[in-house]
Design a protein around this ligand. Structure first.
Ligand SMILES: [Zn+2]
Length: 234
């Protein structure tokens, strides 16, 4: 692949079209040429997105043939997993992951896991442009995973999530028949963060020495409390 071609104005006028092409360190057309074939199966690819920021350019080329194979394999495996679930009511836990931390994420993957077997039962990819904000991707991921498992005929018994600002209201208003639990690890993490902030003031420094003990006590209380009891977190 030729990455550099000397600019010749006379030749450019003669050849016409590439003279008006956007130019980076290499010609746009040459970049497309470099991405034209899939490196795995040698089929044609589609350049789906081009992102440009100053001298930086990012292009995504997707091979239809490979994508087709991966999609078929994914659906085949997911169907096998969904059919293998043996309980009448499955207890799910979830995880949402983002490509970037903070509030500037572009993509999020949302996953539902069967707590008993640790099998991943549904997984959905959400792009921020499909929602109103990066915060809203998590709720959209949950809605799509719910649709996926319900379409597969899986009966959901309970769902354990973190205290995400948009998930809890969704569960309260639109999935009322489901038992909703908060995940203890996230509760402990949030409580520890608040204790650390509180202890950062000189007058409250002693609380910092107790924070590990307070978190251990929280685990102790939850683990040794009868199911159905309410734990109040404020
Ligand atoms: Zn391919």
């Amino acid at each position: 692949m030729m990455l550099y071609q000397p600019f010749n104005l006379h030749l450019a006028h003669q050849q016409g079209s590439w003279y008006n092409e956007p130019r980076y360190l290499v010609d746009h057309k040459q970049l497309l040429e470099a991405l034209k074939y899939c490196r795995k199966c040698a089929c044609y690819t589609n350049v789906e997105s081009t992102y440009r920021d100053g001298g930086y350019i990012k292009m995504t080329a997707v091979c239809d043939s490979c994508r087709h194979v991966i999609r078929n394999l994914y659906s085949h495996n997911m169907t096998a997993v969904q059919q293998a679930l043996d309980a009448e009511h499955i207890d799910f836990s979830r995880d949402g992951r983002f490509d970037t931390p903070g509030h500037s994420a572009l993509y999020s993957t949302y996953t539902l896991m069967d707590v008993k077997s640790s099998l991943i039962v549904a997984s959905q990819l959400v792009k921020v442009t499909e929602t109103t904000s990066s915060q809203a991707m998590e709720k959209e991921g949950l809605i799509r995973c719910r649709r996926e498992v319900e379409d597969a005929g899986v009966c959901i018994g309970s769902l354990t999530t973190d205290q995400h600002i948009m998930i809890a209201p969704y569960m309260r208003k639109e999935w009322t028949e489901l038992t909703h639990y908060f995940d203890l690890w996230h509760i402990a993490k949030n409580l520890k963060k608040k204790l650390c902030e509180f202890a950062s003031v000189a007058a409250n420094r002693v609380v910092g020495h107790w924070s590990e003990t307070i978190i251990r006590h929280l685990y102790h209380v939850v683990v040794n409390t009868e199911p159905g009891s309410q734990l109040r977190i404020e």
